[in-house]
Write a protein that binds this ligand. Structure first.
Ligand code: ADP
Ligand code: MG
Length: 305
């Protein structure tokens, strides 16, 4: 269990799949308990997302003794803009995503969505407007159906099936059977149910986010557990989903995000370069270095990947 800034109370968050990096436990009914880092203000307001603009305004944050994890970071993401976030391991990319979800409060500065400080809105409401897929997805100990419908409880079975199909998960789901003989969408996930591989869990999480269809999308290594063939196929569904949404995508494989509207390169909690793929290659900085490393020493254009 995570213990960073002193002990605080436990809460139950009925949102799965977001907390894998911070220590989670699941109880018998499939809720996820996590130590609460932040509290709703007594007068917390609902969040209204009309345009989907995201502003980090001199945002600073650190964990315990690790200083400068996010260091006075300024970043304005336009409504509908698609950002690729790049940087070496430890640069602060996932932290930035977690701050936008308000898993932690800033030390100073603010984060605003359509002008509303996220520290002043209801957390449930904030998260209801954000679709998230991370590297390592934990699922609820419930049926496949419930796991997908999580982001949209009123969804019909047809919608759940369509989301699974787009996430290239329908085929394997149809082949599942748990110990009690429940199969397909009704198969139970977890210790006493079906065991899924990392790639299968990730596809369930992608189906969930496709169904949820939230105006803001955060993809933190969202396809990292998939083999490249499946990844390429799912990428199309994700690109369709991104249409009209504000997106922050992090990917170790730079070719998966090279075509985003703007690439932001982070180092030690700061932005050190930004621009489009071609501009950053010409610049010859960290992005060009990382790109050339991944391309086996050859600088290719985005069109070639
Ligand atoms: P990235 O996603 O770019 O690899 P992270 O945001 O995960 O980077 O990490 C940024 C820095 O914060 C690193 O030094 C990392 O070790 C530290 N860090 C990340 N998560 C935690 C945590 N839960 N507790 C303490 N330190 C953390
Ligand atoms: Mg990360």
């Amino acid at each position: 269990v995570l213990r960073i800034q002193g002990m605080s109370q436990w809460i139950l968050w009925e949102v799965a799949g977001l907390f894998e990096n911070v220590g989670t436990v699941q109880d018998g009914i499939g809720t996820i308990a996590r130590e609460r880092e932040v509290q709703d203000a007594p007068d917390a307001a609902p969040l209204t997302v009309t345009r989907g603009e995201i502003v980090f305004d001199k945002a600073s944050f650190h964990y315990g003794k690790v200083k400068g994890v996010i260091d006075a970071l300024d970043l304005t993401i336009r409504p509908g803009e698609k950002i690729g976030l790049i940087g070496r391991s430890g640069a602060g990319k996932s932290t930035l995503v977690n701050l936008l979800l308000r898993f932690y409060d800033l030390e100073s500065g603010s984060i605003r969505i359509d002008g509303q400080d996220i520290a002043r809105v209801r957390q449930d409401d904030l998260r209801a407007h954000i679709g998230v897929v991370t590297q390592d997805t934990s699922l609820l100990h419930r049926s496949i159906y419930e796991n997908v419908a999580y982001g949209k409880p009123e969804a019909s079975e047809a919608e759940v099936i369509e989301a699974l199909r787009k996430a290239h998960a329908l085929e394997f789901v149809q082949g599942l059977e748990d110990r009690d003989g429940r199969s397909g969408l009704q198969a139970q996930v977890g210790e006493r149910g079906v065991k899924l591989s990392g790639g299968q869990r990730q596809r369930i999480a992608i189906a969930r986010v496709l169904l949820k269809n939230a105006p803001i999308l955060l993809l933190d290594e969202a396809t990292s557990a998939l083999d490249s063939e499946v990844e390429a196929a799912i990428q199309d569904s994700l690109f369709d989903l991104m249409e009209g949404k504000t997106v922050i995508a992090i990917a170790h494989r730079l070719s998966t995000i090279a075509a985003m509207d703007r690439l932001i390169v982070m180092d030690k909690g700061r932005i050190i370069e930004e621009g489009r793929h071609e501009e950053l290659l010409t610049r010859g900085g960290l992005y060009a270095q990382l790109w050339s490393h991944q391309s086996g020493g050859f600088l290719q254009s985005a069109a070639e990947v």
